[in-house]
Design a protein around this ligand. Structure first.
Ligand code: NAD
Length: 252
């Protein structure tokens, strides 16, 4: 079965909740050992614990992906524990909202530090190990916002950073494939999170729904098979690809 991940070592950044947590479960259920990395150690530990309860080998690591020393330590911990890394899910990302004329330099820098600098650091550090062994799968989390400008959000820094994720993925994906390392990204549409059911967000959700041909928001379960596919041998001929999972929203 070419979708099996038995014997593979994976990590997921931002694995402590949301999409990252769902990725951890999916990779673990497909057979991989999973290092759950998050800015907040307690969240990573909770997810690692959920995985171990399912019989999946898992560790938790505290790491801020925007800090080179944290990224180095994350990979050293994984290599120390399991010998190497085969699957890198660079998923940590942040999202802020402001009219562009009021976007502060602080918001811009923070967004780019996590969403793009963090991704560069993780891709490079994991990539070096993967190039050395002649095998690896890197899966970055981009966003539908890399393709369209989701209405009515005001997310200049976020949208620009996610477009950057796609170009970084394309560049690495073509540069490294002849040495056995594939780099792809997943672009989710708007994902249903607990926050979305708040009274405050109700009008916004109604507005989004009119933009989505599928008639509903995405669920993390809509993304899980995609990460397993991109992590597995079944996708060996894919690289630099942006796998868009948005219920058709980017086409309307
Ligand atoms: P989330 O906010 O629910 O979870 C993000 C996790 O990342 C948190 O556990 C947080 O502690 C961690 N994190 C934040 N900054 C970090 C850092 N510097 N280093 C390490 N970990 C850090 O987010 P989510 O909705 O699950 O989104 C995950 C990814 O998917 C992000 O890249 C996001 O941009 C992208 N995305 C989300 C949506 C959506 O609708 N939720 C849509 C498209 C793309």
């Amino acid at each position: 079965d070419r979708l099996q991940l038995d014997g593979k070592v994976a990590y997921v950044t931002g694995g402590g909740q949301g999409i990252g947590r769902a990725f951890c479960h999916a990779l673990g259920e497909a057979g991989a050992k999973v290092a759950v990395a998050d800015l907040v150690l307690a969240k990573a530990e909770a997810v690692a614990c959920e995985l171990r309860l399912k019989g999946i080998k898992s560790i938790a690591i505290a790491a801020d992906v925007s800090r080179p020393e944290d990224v180095q330590r994350m990979l050293a911990t994984i290599v120390d524990k399991w010998g190497t890394v085969h699957i890198a899910c660079n998923n940590a990302g942040i999202n802020m909202n402001s009219p562009s004329e009021a976007t502060s330099l602080e918001e811009w820098d923070k967004t780019f530090n996590v969403n793009l600098r963090g991704l560069f650091l993780c891709c490079q550090a994991a990539g070096r190990i993967m190039l050395n062994q002649g095998y690896g799968k890197i899966i970055n989390t981009a966003s539908m916002a890399s393709l369209i400008v989701p209405h009515p959000q005001k997310q200049l820094a976020y949208n620009a950073s996610k477009a950057g994720v796609v170009k970084l993925t394309q560049t690495l994906g073509t540069e490294w494939i002849d040495r056995g390392v594939r780099v792809n990204c997943i672009s989710p549409g708007i994902v249903e999170t607990p926050l979305i059911h708040s009274e405050e967000l109700k009008p916004l959700v109604q507005c989004w729904l009119t933009d989505i041909p599928a008639g509903r928001l995405a669920r993390v379960t809509d993304l899980q098979a995609a990460v397993v596919y991109l992590a597995s041998e079944a996708s060996d001929y894919m690289t630099g690809h942006n796998l868009v999972i948005e219920g058709g929203q980017s086409l309307w």
